[in-house]
Write a protein that binds this ligand. Structure first.
Ligand code: AMP
Ligand code: MG
Length: 485
């Protein structure tokens, strides 16, 4: 276990040529910083002693006040397609990569501050983040990890009494984010559209060397890299769709080349099932609606594949893109069959899922609650018809479902445990996050901590926490979340 001073820093991204980043130091906020929350599991990933969080230097470093010796702070350069339009110059406008550590097992982790002041890529932005959005990202990234969905992680949140101007005055905060790499599709696009294709090769080589070494064993490593990015993205999207996660801003600059959930903004978990669910209040045309996400991922992948054309044959790029839809469908059908308690997907399981989702859409059934309840409904311990308007239709569905289960599954003593392992009880509902945020803005961080612990184990029954599994109360149905963060 390392102390803050002994953590080994390696700076592979900083070692890339100047075109890839801008050196920049965090800008301290005016008021003294406090620690809102610390994630000991994330510290363990870095092999950092969790006791360090009590050291005032910890809060100082992770609020951007004190430099971390050994780091090489920088903002990463990228561009991207935002809502379908190419934007030439984005880059980390309020994130600063402090450096990168490599664990004793060789795992790399980039350590990044988000909200630590302006960078050369800030455009008109203030370089800051607000407590509200950092709490949402902090809790959601931990929740996604708990759900088994690839994601960036978060080490801590710090805050100060500084004011930040958004639609209203809000509290400033800094999130410390961790990822093996924060490289995005947009990190390649910036070089493709600037016609500086040498950098595309440098970045692809960097990715292969550090994150996709298996590509080197293939005849065409760049093709293997593209295929891997397509496959990981297909897996990620299948997981999002199966759990009911809407990202909200699937711009290419928010798409990780490692297939991680990246850049939590106006995300939302599905509650009353609505395939066209739009979680981002600013997304007027529903470009990033829930059921559009897989197609948007393919669009984004095609933007990425285009940037790889200087490195590979156009037919190879086309083939990689064509593999997305079948891969996504395969992963998704498998996950949904698993949620029904079936060992494998089949035309029958797909038909059952389609019918169930149609009934849920008609009745506005809470997505998470219904799947969780299937573990009881299937063996007849609970009457599932109560979740639906057309009770007879559900009874017919249940009849077909049981017939399939009897052929392929075991309704034995372990049935419910297996169903619970496939269907989470707890998700980060917007209204739960909002309650935690409202308290945190009054400097009471107890609810952030409660949700954090709850969401680390979303599949477990947690006695005394039942109310956190409930669908939103009436007052909370229409909480609106926008891009402002
Ligand atoms: P996002 O939609 O949060 O992924 O951000 C899109 C781009 O805007 C990224 O380049 C961000 O770094 C930048 N950005 C967002 N908010 C700010 C801010 N408050 N100050 C500076 N840049 C920002
Ligand atoms: Mg972003």
């Amino acid at each position: 276990m390392h102390s803050l001073n002994s953590l080994p820093f390696s700076n592979s991204f900083a070692a890339l040529p100047e075109a890839f980043h801008a050196r920049v130091q965090p800008t301290a906020l005016e008021h003294p910083a406090r620690l809102v929350h610390f994630n000991p599991d994330a510290a363990a990933l870095l092999e950092l002693d969790p006791a360090v969080c009590a050291d005032p230097a910890f809060t100082s470093i992770f609020s951007g006040k004190q430099a971390w010796s050994g780091g090489a702070p920088l903002a990463m350069r990228y561009s991207g397609h935002q809502f379908g339009h190419y934007v030439r110059q984005l880059g980390d406008g309020r994130a600063i990569l402090l450096g990168e550590t490599t664990t004793s097992l060789g795992q790399r982790w980039e350590i990044q501050l988000k909200g630590s002041g302006q960078t050369p890529y800030s455009r008109d932005g203030d370089g800051r983040a607000v407590l509200r959005s950092t709490i949402r990202e902090y809790l959601c990234s931990e929740a996604m990890h708990g759900l088994g969905i690839p994601t960036t992680r978060a080490l801590c949140i710090t805050t100060t009494d500084d004011e930040v101007y958004r639609e209203r005055i809000e509290t400033a905060a800094v999130l410390t984010r961790l990822a093996p790499s924060h490289v995005r599709f947009g990190s390649f696009e910036v070089f493709f559209y600037n016609n500086t294709h040498d950098e595309i090769r440098v970045l692809a080589d960097y990715l292969i060397q550090h994150h996709y070494p298996e590509a080197l064993t293939e005849a065409e490593p760049y093709v293997a890299l593209l295929n891997s990015v397509v496959d990981r993205t297909a897996q990620l999207l299948a997981r999002w769709q199966a759990v009911g996660f809407a990202h909200g801003v699937m711009n290419t600059d928010n798409m990780s080349v490692l297939g991680l959930t990246l850049d939590y903004g106006p995300f939302g978990f599905m509650e009353a099932f609505d395939p066209g669910f739009i979680c981002n209040h600013s997304d007027h045309h529903g470009r990033y609606a829930f059921d559009a996400q897989p197609q948007v991922a393919l669009f984004n992948l095609s933007c990425f594949a285009q940037t790889q054309l200087p490195l590979l044959d156009v037919e190879a790029a086309r083939a990689a893109l064509e593999s997305f839809q079948p891969a996504f469908t395969r992963y998704y059908n498998q996950l949904m069959a698993g949620k029904l308690g079936l060992p494998a997907a089949s035309p029958d399981s797909v038909a059952l899922v389609d019918d169930l989702l149609a009934q849920m859409a008609a009745a506005g059934t809470d997505y998470t609650s219904l799947f969780r309840a299937l573990g009881d409904i299937a063996p007849g311990r609970q009457d599932g018809r109560d979740y639906f308007i057309d009770r007879d239709r559900f009874a017919r569905w249940q009849h077909d479902y049981l017939a399939l289960l009897q052929q392929h599954a075991r309704l034995d003593a372990d049935w419910q445990a297996r169903m619970h392992a496939a269907n989470p009880k707890y998700i980060l509902r917007n209204y739960l996050a909002q309650i935690a945020i409202d308290k945190a803005e009054q400097q009471d961080y107890s609810e952030v901590d409660r949700l954090f612990r709850l969401l680390q184990k979303p599949f477990d029954e947690q006695p005394g926490m039942e109310q956190y599994a409930a669908p939103p109360p009436d007052w909370a149905r229409d909480i609106q979340v926008s891009c402002s963060s």
